[in-house]
Design a protein around this ligand. Sequence first.
Ligand code: ADP
Ligand code: MG
Ligand code: MG
Length: 356
Amino acid sequence: PKLNIVILYGGKTGEHQVSRVSAGSVIRNIDRSRYKLLLVGIDEEGVWHLQDETELEKVIAGSDPEIQPGNEVNAMPGRGLGVNGKLLKIDLVFPVLHGTFGEDGTVQGFLEMIGLPYAGAGVLASAFGMDKVKAKELWRKEGLSVVPFIRYSRQDHEAQEVTPEVLFTRWSSELGAPFFVKPCRAGSSVGISKVRRPEQLAQALDTAFHFDNDLLIETSINAREIECSVLGNREIRSFPPGEVISSHDFYDYSGKYLDPKGARLEIPADLSPASTQRIRNMAEEAFKALGGQGLARVDFFVDRDSGSIFINEVNTMPGFTSISMYPKMCEAGGLSYRELLNELIRLGLERHSERS
Ligand code: ADP
Ligand code: MG
Ligand code: MG
């Protein structure tokens, strides 16, 4: 019999659209001879809607999944999900959600509570992956190298009696200039600035504080950007790393999503066998340190001058279309997109059965 898989997409997040594109690709490529798909779209208010067969057919024919209102999905704690009080038959939920309320541990915790298996990272690794400061503090403790950074909160900022010029002098003497200002919990490069001159700092802080109360101020590395896919529960495997070659000042939002010439992906990356091995090991270690299960894309900086390797961040639900970096790197390691989806479902079921 086919397994009943819920594809969960949309969401109350800045990355709602990106999620729908990723979900469309998952729906078209998943092995439908093995799985019966139920589409559940989360609207911008956060309400879950079960989609009917015609929506599924439209997506299979090529359009991105939409969120038709009608059949509201309700939680039935300990039992699963229902519509109008009637329990839906579900074997696993596949959250194809990015960012807040998607890859930050909240939806994972919710699914744990209602008792349904799900694909992807668990609560802890998802939450760590979303928090750039917490993740870096942990990696540093584990002896994995990260770029020098300072955490800076809104409270610190309000208690400061100093001008941005003084802050610039302080930070640039500690971290060098230019430096990066980033929100602690965000993605897709939103809220991130590269600060070269004192007069740019006030704006950079404003922009970052718009997205989060906690910031990272970070040394800017003149670096190649290398990414590595990892997959697994207890046994973690990694795949050949890839490189993102951005044509912008850095890999910003427009380079990711708006400008078709904003970035080029090179898979596998042109690295020495030793560097490749080192990056793969570090990716596996970084994922394990966070208690990772399922999948993650671990992103690195490789210093162009010194060759030093730094872990930048993990993304526990990275861009997931068939042409995205994560699936492409798996493919370069011999795992096709379709097999990758099978594997993620298998890993989600395995974790669930070990816990219950
Ligand atoms: P996000 O989660 O939004 O992708 P990142 O930390 O990956 O946040 O930053 C986005 C981009 O900004 C990176 O891909 C890189 O191009 C640039 N960047 C961020 N931090 C640094 C740094 N310390 N040195 C050089 N470039 C950086
Ligand atoms: Mg990120
Ligand atoms: Mg990034």
